[in-house]
Design a protein around this ligand. Structure first.
Ligand SMILES: Cc1cc2nc3c(=O)[nH]c(=O)nc-3n(C[C@H](O)[C@H](O)[C@H](O)COP(=O)(O)O)c2cc1C
Length: 215
C-alpha cells in the first residue's frame, strides 16, 4: 500500500498524527520493497554540502532483533516492530564527494569541470576539519534523514519511534561498526498495536525569538 501526499492538508495531517509508538503488532511484516521506498524518500533530505553521511542498517531478522534488544535497554519495540533501522553517520563522508558529483554530472546537473572543482573543495574542506566537528555534522544530517524517514513512514500509515536509548559501543560490536561511523539513532517501524500517547509542546512563543536572541 502506498499513499501519495496530494495536498498540503495531508502533509499537515502526517505531521500532526505522527507520535512515537512503542507497541507494535509483531505479526505484521512490511515488505523489503516498501522499506526501500521509505528509505528512498528519506535520503532526499538535505545534508551538509550534500555529502549524505547517513548509512542505514536495516534489521528485519528476528534473531538479530533479539540480539539488539539488550543493547537498546530491552525496549520491546525493537523486537515487535516489523523493522528496526540503525541510522549511523559517516564522519568521512567527504570521501564520496567525487562520486556524488559524478552522479550529478551524469544527471546533467553540473559540468564535469564544475563537479570536479566542487568535489575537490568539499574534500579539502571537510578532510581538514577536526573529528569532533565531523561527528557533529554526521549527527545533524543523521537527525534530518531520520525525521524524513519517520514522516515518510507515517505518510504510508506506519508508525515509528526514534531511540537514543541504546549502548553505542555494543551496537558497534554487534554490527562491526568502525570508528569511521557514528551511531545516530535507532528507529523502529511497524504497525501500531496501541496508539502513541499525545505529548505536549512548549508554546511557540516560548521557543521563538524574532530578530534576536539573548540567553
Ligand atoms: C533523539 C531521540 C531519542 C529518543 N529516544 C527514545 C528512546 O530511547 N525510547 C523511547 O521510547 N523514545 C525515545 N524518543 C522518543 C521521544 O520520547 C518522543 O519523540 C517525545 O516524547 C515526543 O513524543 P512524540 O514523538 O510522540 O511526538 C526519542 C526521541 C528522540 C528525538
Amino acid at each position: 500500500m502506498t499513499a501519495e501526499l496530494k495536498t498540503e492538508v495531508e502533509f499537515s495531517k502526517v505531521i500532526r498524527e505522527r507520535h512515537s509508538v512503542r507497541k507494535y503488532d509483531p505479526s505484521w511484516k512490511i515488505s523489503d520493497e516498501e522499506i526501500k521506498e521509505i528509505l528512498g524518500e528519506a535520503i532526499l533530505a538535505p545534508s551538509s554540502s550534500n555529502l549524505q553521511p547517513w548509512r542505514f542498517i536495516v534489521i528485519t531478522d528476528q534473531e538479530l532483533k533479539q540480539q539488539l534488544l539488550p543493547i537498546a535497554y530491552n525496549q520491546q519495540q525493537v523486537v515487535d516492530a516489523s523493522v528496526t533501522i540503525a541510522v549511523i553517520g559517516d564522519i568521512e563522508a567527504y570521501r564520496n564527494a567525487e562520486k556524488i558529483y559524478e552522479y550529478a554530472e551524469a544527471a546533467g546537473y553540473v559540468t564535469a569541470e564544475i563537479g570536479a572543482a566542487m568535489a575537490k573543495r568539499s574534500k579539502d574542506g571537510y578532510s581538514a576539519m577536526p573529528v569532533q566537528k565531523l561527528k557533529e555534522i554526521a549527527l545533524v544530517d543523521g537527525g534530518l534523514v531520520s525525521m524524513q524517514l519517520m514522516l515518510a513512514a507515517k505518510a504510508r500509515g506506519y508508525d515509528t519511534v526514534p531511540m537514543g536509548g541504546f549502548i553505542p559501543d555494543k551496537l558497534r560490536e554487534l554490527f562491526s561498526i568502525s570508528e569511521r561511523y557514528e551511531p545516530v539513532m535507532l528507529i523502529s517501524l511497524g504497525k501500531a498495536a496501541a496508539e502513541g500517547r499525545s505529548t505536549a509542546r512548549l508554546p511557540l512563543e516560548e521557543v521563538t525569538r524574532w530578530n534576536g536572541f539573548e540567553g
